[in-house]
Design a protein around this ligand. Structure first.
Ligand code: PMV
Length: 314
């Protein structure tokens, strides 16, 4: 039996979907990487009632604790919960999943219940369902296990994933935040589901094309094929546009990046009307991209793929 701890800090990574967002909700594979952005959740026993910092996360934390308590059958009464994160919220980098994973591990550790990564992931998935309705679980899996994963949700209870050993020196990719979308991920997922209902034949064809490009990304990463990375990103982006999850302003920005010789794609839920969250940007001539960004006053951030999964912090 593991002993309960008076204080525990857990961190979990955010993620970037390299390919397969949205279709992964419908049973197609996704290729996803943990990134070097993390959330930290610190839980300390307190004397009074529930304390949450920052305060605007109060309802979020309260809901999470209620769900966790229901699932693990234990009620940690008085807690101070502190959250610190450098994962942008609601922009496609899995901030809510990283929170769900970190708080699940922290509570399991705090209450002295035994746990392993599977248990943490299962609990966090229950939380994620509260925020997202019908999540694929890919965000939870990557934040729990870290690295780079090939992921497929076969059924609600049966999800298959495996670590991808990236053999290639990964191309240098950047993130560009187009801003917080008007729609939540739940909203964009519902949009794609309604496309599938209303135009099943056409939509399934698009899904199948996405699967093909996801597989091509995989073969590129494991060194099986030396596809053109720029073209893979462009193809993936066009298919996401077909699914209607890239807003007009983001599409026009992506077009300009392409005209400069680069490529970009949204990553995660995307956005339909205003902004579309985080984008993955690549240019084989890095300097050209940096010059372009400077001219357009765009903030590019370097991102590294494949960080560690959820972990206790010292
Ligand atoms: O927007 P995010 O970070 O929640 O990414 C979600 C990825 C989707 O495929 C759009 C939804 C899902 O549950 O897989």
């Amino acid at each position: 039996m593991v002993k309960a701890t008076p204080q525990v800090t857990v961190s979990a990574p955010g993620k970037i979907i390299i390919s397969g967002e949205h279709v992964v909700v419908h049973g197609y594979p996704a290729l996803v990487a943990a990134v070097n952005r993390r959330i930290k959740v610190k839980i300390v026993s307190s004397r009074g009632s529930l304390g949450v910092f920052p305060l605007h996360s109060w309802t979020f934390v309260k809901d999470a604790l209620e769900t966790l308590v229901k699932h693990i059958g234990f009620s940690p009464k008085y807690l101070d919960v502190k959250i610190k994160s450098d994962i942008p919220i609601g922009s496609g980098m899995g901030s809510s999943a990283a929170f769900a994973v970190a708080i699940s591990m922290a509570i399991l550790k705090k209450t002295g219940k035994g746990y392993d990564l599977k248990k943490i992931g299962d609990l966090a998935y229950e939380l994620e369902k509260k925020y997202h309705g019908n999540p694929s679980g890919v965000d939870i899996a990557i934040s729990t296990y870290g690295g780079v994963l090939w992921y497929r949700k076969e059924t609600e209870e049966f999800k298959v994933f495996t670590n991808v050993n990236v053999s290639k020196k990964l191309p240098e990719v950047f993130l560009l935040d187009t801003g917080k979308p008007d729609e939540t991920t739940k909203g964009t997922v519902a949009h794609v589901s309604s496309l599938l209902r209303n135009k099943p034949v056409k939509t399934v064809k698009t899904f199948e094309k996405v699967e093909k490009v996801t597989r091509a990304f995989l073969q590129y990463l494991i060194g099986e094929k030396s596809d053109n990375f720029t073209n893979l990103i462009k193809t993936n982006e066009r298919l996401l546009e077909e699914l209607g999850v890239v807003s007009p302003s983001t599409r026009s920005l992506i077009k300009k990046i392409e005209d400069s010789g680069g490529a970009a794609k949204i990553s995660g839920g995307g956005g339909i009307r205003g902004a579309s969250g985080i984008m993955l940007v690549y240019h084989k001539d890095k300097q050209k991209l940096l010059d372009f960004a400077k001219k357009k006053n765009l903030k590019l951030e370097r991102v590294t793929f494949g960080g560690k999964g959820v972990a206790i912090e010292k």
